[in-house]
Design a protein around this ligand. Structure first.
Ligand code: SF4
Length: 288
């Protein structure tokens, strides 16, 4: 190896190390901030074969090895019988890793194809069926937490989709009770950027399984919002991170939801308050 090559390799190694440290720090921080994992938990990590869930499993295993608490990890993949699904990839990888795992095979693909007319979007029924299977498996395994690989950008895109199209101010929270009320779902990658996870997947050479095997169209609205965030970040670096901070800093008194804040009770107190209305004279809100 010549000198420029070895310098390049050292630099790549340094960058990969920095990336891994950042992702582990952010995941650890999110887990702590939202009290996601406690001593004695059994965490079922849902693996799709995509970059995010591989990274989630990898990071959780590393954090487990050095955590001051004891918790278990079990990886679960649902083989939905999509045409061309390489069924050996995940079992081979997980066996090499030495992590307990279960592959739940259920042909949700045929059900979706039978029920949904050609050309209509299949995702809603598909994900409902997938959820049902994963909840059942979590119950059978005695899992106390279900970990999903959604990251910061998923959270922000979902927030904007709900804002623009859903008429509601909500997103994927870092921790929530499942819709059947029986499980706690956690998102340890809530603070991690998608581009970091993509770079990590390359560094770690995860055996990615393509995500278009079901033949469903890409979600165009989500793609649009993703592009919008990317463009915004390009023009105003750091603003996307601020969006996440904003979601952690909601002020019901400064929104319009009458169920979250009792506007009838608003009355002058005669006491100055930093939370009082100042937007009248704020330069940012000036019409010029
Ligand atoms: S993209 Fe395919 S696998 Fe994913 S939810 Fe939609 S139909 Fe199901």
């Amino acid at each position: 190896m010549n000198a420029p090559e070895s310098t390049l390799m050292r630099k790549q190694h340094y960058e990969a190390n920095k990336l891994a440290k950042r992702l582990h720090r952010l995941a650890g921080q999110a887990i702590g901030d939202y009290d996601m994992i406690r001593d004695g938990d059994k965490v079922m990590v849902c693996l799709s074969g995509g970059k995010d869930s591989y990274a989630l499993l990898d990071i959780l295993m590393n954090l487990k090895a050095r955590a001051p608490i004891a918790f278990e990890i079990v990886a679960v993949n649902l083989d939905q019988k999509h045409p061309g699904f390489p069924a050996h990839v995940l079992p081979d990888y997980l066996t090499r890793l030495g992590v307990p795992f279960q592959i739940a095979a259920q042909d949700t693909y045929s059900v979706v194809k039978r029920v949904i007319p050609e050309g209509k979007t299949m995702c809603s029924l598909c994900s409902r069926l997938r959820r049902g299977v994963l909840y059942r498996v979590a119950g059978e395994l005695g899992a106390t937490k279900i970990a999903l690989g959604h990251h910061r950008d998923d959270i922000l895109e979902t927030f904007l989709l709900n804002l623009f199209y859903g008429g509601t101010l909500k997103t994927m929270p870092p921790k929530l009770v499942s819709d059947d009320g029986r499980h706690v779902v956690i998102r340890p990658l809530a603070y991690c950027e998608e581009k970091d996870l993509a770079a990590y997947a390359e560094v770690k050479q995860f055996p990615i399984i393509p995500c278009n095997l079901c033949g469903s169209q890409a979600n165009l609205k989500r793609m649009e919002v993703k592009a919008l965030l990317r463009e915004w970040e390009r023009r105003h670096p750091g603003r996307v991170e601020t969006m996440l901070t904003s979601l952690q800093n909601a002020r019901p008194s400064h929104l319009l939801d009458r169920n979250l804040f009792n506007f009838s009770a608003v009355a002058a107190t005669g006491v100055a308050s930093a939370d009082g209305d100042k937007t009248i004279d704020s330069i940012e809100f000036c019409c010029e």
